[in-house]
Design a protein around this ligand. Sequence first.
Ligand SMILES: [Ca+2]
Ligand SMILES: [Ca+2]
Length: 423
Amino acid sequence: MKKKYSFLNFLFLLPVFLLAQQNNIAKNTSDWEIKISQVNVIENGDFSNGNTGFYSSYSYTSTNTTEGEYYVGKDASRWYPDHYSCGDHTNGKGKMLLVNGSPEENRVIWKTTSKIQPGRKYRFTFWITSISVPNPAVMALVINGKEVSRFKSSGKPCTWASNSVAWLPDGTGSATIALINKNTIRHGNDFALDDLSFIETTETITPDCSEKVTAGFTPAISESNVLSLSLKETSLKSLKTVHWSVNDSIHTEEHSPVFSGLSPGTYSVKAKTISLNGCIDSTIQSVTIVKKAAPVQASLTPGSILPGYDTRKMEISKTFDIKEDSVRVLLSDNGIVDGDSITLVYDGKIILTHYLLQAKPLELKLPVSKNQPVHELIMYAENLGSIPPNTSLMKVFDGSKKYEVYIRASEKSNAVVKFRRTP
Ligand SMILES: [Ca+2]
Ligand SMILES: [Ca+2]
C-alpha cells in the first residue's frame, strides 16, 4: 500500500522540513572499506586445463584443416604446418587458444558467464597474437550483449599484445563475456588467445550514460487533488534510486509517491534518478493545483480533526536540552513493521498525517527557536498496527550530539517529546 503525505495545513509546514529519505548516519564506516578481490573470476583463463571452462561456436580439432576451427595447444605449427611456432603468453611453454578465423560473421570464439558482486568494478584483459600473415584478427569484446571494445591484433606473428577494458556492472548480477572476430577474411586471419582475466578494480570508471534512466515524469492530479508521480521510463531495471522533492521541503525515495490533500497553488516538483551504473539525471516541473479541495482553515486545531486527541493522556517521554536552532529527528518503527499509522503535531500544528511508520526512518528537521522556551512534538496514534501500541524509535541530533528514546502512543495516550532551548 502506498502511504500518503498530507498537505493538510500546508501553510503551517514552513519552515518545517520533512525528509523521508534514507539516512546514512548510522551506517558503519567499515561499509566503505571494501576489500578488493584480486582473484581472476575467469576459469581456465590461461588455458592450462585444456579445452574447458568456456563455450565456443568454432569446431574443436587437433589438426587444423579449414577456417572456423580452434584448438587448445602449445604450438601453432603442430596444429597446422604453415602457422608460426609461437610460445604461449603465460610462460612461453604453456597452452593457448589457437584459432583459424571464420568467414562467417559474429561467430563466438570464446564465451563464459561469471557471477559478479553488485557495486563492484571489474577489468577484463586478454592477450592476442597473430600466428600467420596477412590479415590480422579484429577482436570484439562483448559483455552482456554490448560491444565494449574492438582490438586489432598486431600483424606480426608471435608478438603478443593485450586489450584491457574496465567495466561497471549493469544490474544483471552476472557478466557474459564473449570474444568475436570481426575479420571474416579466409586468407591469413589465424591467431592465438591467452591469459584472459576478469578482476575487480578500484579505479575510477566513467559510466556510459547513454543508457541511464531519465528523470522525465508525469504528474497526475485527481479530482480530490491527490497528486501521483511516476517516471516515464517503462523499464526501471537499471534504476538504482529515484529521489522526489516537492517545493524542496518534502522528500521521498518511493518509486511512485502519492501526495494527498494539496492546497491550491503551484508546486515545484523535482525528480532525480540515479542509474545502477551511477549516471544521474534530474527534471523539475511546476505542478499547479487549481481546483480547491477541502478548504484549508488557518484556525484548524489538531483536536478538531483527530478523534480523541484532546482527551488522550499526554505522556511525556523525554525532555531534551537543545543548543542548536533546529533538531534533526529520525523516526522509525521499533522492531516489526506492523502498519502503525500516525499523525505528528509540532507546537500545536499538524506537520504530517496518515504516515505509516517504517523500518527506514522518517527524517524531520524541526526549528527550536529562542522565542519560545519549550517546543513540543506529539505523536498521535491513528491506528495501532497489528501489534499495539504504536512504538517508535526516535533519534534526536542536536548538532553533533545524539540521543535515542523509545516513544509509544495508543488510543489512550499521545507520546510527547519536549525540546527545551538552552540559552
Ligand atoms: Ca597459457
Ligand atoms: Ca585462415
